[in-house]
Write a protein that binds this ligand. Structure first.
Ligand code: ADP
Ligand code: ZN
Length: 205
């Protein structure tokens, strides 16, 4: 009996759990809706539980410091900038349990197969990203990621014009480029009633 209790299979159980099924979580919404905050909250909890976490972001997002993801409220987490999906995949270590990806909308379409593969290999993958561009069109590959995710969180900001539920990122500078990196200097949160699908003057303070 004593021998039976003394048998420690902790390592074996840990390994089995690691190789179990993973899953995909997507956090999608407009700018200022708290996507990065929510991603960082989940990553911090995983790290507290001693899980191995790796975090990536696309190189295109140059706001704040390079080796970090940062929320508009100032919360930060270390992260590796990558220029494409294959570069991210090459850096993922076999014993990593949780993978965080910020600004998912700036990745190439290969991200869809890649995160499916990671989840199939037992990893928890959490992707945050803008679901719509400044004209309100779905922002690929986020729609596809929303389709394949086990768990979806839609975040909202507060409309700066009327206080309603903001689902849109209103561009407030003249530009027709789909990707125009910026924060409150170039965008504001607006609801369906207050949003216009082109540049508009910023709401006065
Ligand atoms: P996202 O990643 O979705 O752009 P962040 O997590 O970076 O969002 O930032 C969320 C923070 O943005 C909020 O906690 C708040 O401090 C700030 N913020 C700025 N404008 C707004 C707004 N109109 N509604 C809500 N939060 C806002
Ligand atoms: Zn509004």
């Amino acid at each position: 009996m004593v021998e039976e209790f003394a048998f420690d299979n902790t390592e074996e159980r840990r390994k089995n759990r690691q190789n179990g099924t993973g899953w995909i979580e997507v956090i999608a919404g407009s700018m200022f809706s708290g996507k990065s905050e929510e991603l960082i909250r989940r990553l911090n909890r995983a790290r507290i539980a001693r899980q191995k976490v790796q975090v990536f972001k696309p190189k295109i997002d140059a706001r704040y410091s390079v080796e970090e993801i940062a929320s508009h409220s100032g919360v930060k987490h270390i992260s590796k900038p990558v220029s494409k999906t294959s570069e991210m995949m090459a850096q993922i270590e076999p014993d990593t349990q949780v993978i965080g990806i910020d600004e998912g909308q700036f990745f190439d379409m290969e991200l869809i197969d890649a995160v499916n593969e990671l989840a199939a290999n037992g990893k928890r993958v959490i992707i945050a990203g803008l679901d719509q561009d400044y004209t309100g069109r779905p922002f690929e590959p986020m729609p596809q990621l929303l389709s394949i995710a086990e768990f979806i969180t839609k975040t909202h900001a507060i409309c700066v014009k009327c206080g309603g539920t903001a689902n849109y990122s209103q561009r407030t500078v003249e530009s027709e480029a789909r990707v125009e990196v910026g924060a409150s200097d170039k965008y504001e949160a607006r609801c369906r009633m207050c949003f216009v699908p082109h540049s508009d003057a910023p709401t006065p303070l």
